[in-house]
Unconditional design. Sequence first.
Length: 95
Amino acid sequence: MRAAQNMTIKALAFSPEGTRMVAGGTDRILRVYEVASGTCFFKQSFVNNDDIIVDVGFSFCGEYVCAATSMTVHVIKLATKSVWDVNADRSVTRD
């Protein structure tokens, strides 16, 4: 698993079953990795936000990932890779 060269990881979490890992940090990019292969399964940039990603987590069922800054929370449904901005109550366009 390879993070960006100029990125400091601020938050990291494993899925309940331990097969995926989510990470976020100073580059404002959320990444979900497959643990066994180390490949990036999902990547979403939040560069329009002023804040870095400070917390991440999986839902209990492992179907959703959350990413938080001090200003915004995003929820990602991994099956469809759809992104929801909780504060704005709207869908976010994927990169």
